[in-house]
Design a protein around this ligand. Structure first.
Ligand SMILES: Nc1nc2c(ncn2[C@@H]2O[C@H](COP(=O)(O)OP(=O)(O)OP(=O)(O)O)[C@@H](O)[C@H]2O)c(=O)[nH]1
Length: 382
């Protein structure tokens, strides 16, 4: 009897999960969307989200866990695309062969990291081996690669001029492993309680989801008592994202390689298709080194770096080696980057530049810095 149960338990193989995913996807395709079916569709989508999570955790990747690539530098960008579009070529051309690359422990797959140094920023670039269709349902090694990509600060959706149709496919694969491109986390708070049922309040009219549907999704995740506060007009998918948790929100840039092979007319056609796709893009050639500086600039801009010049008290600012921070950084962030005791011993800071009203303005830890600010930090003498 015990043995039978054991077999039953482990008999639920990848194939069963993949089959179930396929069945639900099929049903979703067949079900027309309207007011009457909204709840049913939402339930199917929630089921699908749960199955995908299961598939990924079984194949060893996915989930919210960290990944085998050690983060280094000021930010990380990952090339994601099908094989042979030229990812390794681009990575090699963009990274300084002499840059120091840390020790990486990979056991099962090779993700090649390199460091792009641009305008003083050190950007770690990852070359994920070609992703495969179906990776999100747990097929092959693709899931591990995709989960590596989850930890990136920027995703470079990479295709060549002949394979633009891969873009939505890659985007879907990323979506299915919980990666949301160019989206903000939905402004929704869920507080799970012991009793009282489901209470939904919204500060804006909800046009894409109703309270019944919200309840159905929560029930699918075995939540029967909760206060839900919604502050934007979210979709069913966005609500499932919040309930499931474990989603990452990453900006993206489309990189189209091999433009050396396109004539003018074809280039025009490509640009039109790219505009339809709606994401920021850059056309390059790795082999012929076309637009690589533009690519670097776009990567740098997308990552939202700012430069901060440090000025020791009573001395000249150091313009040669600015501190590289991300947009939105505060004086506190800078302190934390410089020395672990700086926050504790902080007295005040002086700032010259765009973030202040007058030069040498005195500010506190919460002050938000802007690009090219000059900063003096005054700490307590110990
Ligand atoms: N014409 C042309 N060919 C290129 C360009 N960049 C790369 N290639 C070629 O495309 C082929 C694939 O390049 P890789 O850099 O290995 O592609 P990849 O995307 O890393 O491929 P996987 O390692 O299989 O994931 C090679 O033969 C390159 O020489 C380019 O700008 N123009």
């Amino acid at each position: 009897m015990e043995k039978l149960q054991y077999i039953k338990k482990f008999g639920e193989s990848y194939m069963d999960i993949a089959e179930e995913i396929r069945r639900i996807e099929e049903e979703l395709k067949k079900t027309p969307y309207n007011k009457a079916t909204q709840k049913h569709i939402a339930r199917l989508k929630a089921k699908l989200a749960k199955l995908r999570e299961k598939a990924q955790s079984r194949s060893g990747g996915g989930g919210g866990k960290g990944y085998a690539v050690k983060k280094s530098g000021d930010a990380t960008a990952a090339f994601v695309g099908f094989p042979s579009v030229g990812k390794s070529t681009l990575l090699n051309k963009l990274t300084n062969a002499n840059s120091e690359v840390g020790a990486y422990a990979f056991t099962t797959l090779t993700i090649v990291p390199g460091v792009l140094e641009y305008k003083g920023a050190k950007i770690q670039l990852l070359d994920a081996p070609g992703i495969i269709v179906g990776a999100s349902s747990g097929k092959g090694r693709g899931t591990e690669v995709l989960s590596a990509v989850r930890s990136a600060d920027l995703i470079l959706l990479t295709v060549d001029i002949y394979t633009l149709e891969h873009l939505p496919v890659i985007e879907r694969e990323l979506y299915n492993v919980g990666i949301r491109l160019d989206q903000k986390p939905p402004d929704v708070k869920i507080k799970v309680k012991d009793r009282g049922g489901i209470n939904v309040t919204s500060t804006v009219p909800l046009t894409k989801i109703d309270k019944d549907t919200i309840e159905a999704i929560l029930n699918e995740y075995r939540i029967h008592n909760a206060d839900v506060v919604i502050r934007e007009d979210i979709s069913v998918e966005q609500f499932i994202d919040v309930v499931a948790g474990n989603r990452v929100y990453i900006p993206s840039l489309v990189v189209v390689n091999k433009i050396d092979l396109a004539d003018e007319e074809y280039l025009k056609y490509i640009e039109e298709r790219l505009k339809e796709f709606g994401k920021d893009y850059v056309l390059v050639s790795g082999n012929k080194e076309i637009n690589l500086d533009l690519l670097k600039e776009k990567i740098y801009n997308k990552l939202g770096f700012i430069k901060i010049y440090l000025k020791p008290q009573g001395k000249k600012p150091d313009f040669d080696e600015p501190l590289i921070m991300r947009k939105g950084a505060t004086v506190k962030d800078v302190c934390e980057k410089l020395h672990r005791d700086f926050v504790k011993n902080f007295r005040y800071a002086l700032v010259w530049g765009k973030s202040v009203k007058y030069p040498g303005q005195r500010v506190g830890l919460d002050h938000k810095l802007e690009d090219e600010d000059i900063l003096t930090i005054v700490i307590k003498r110990s």
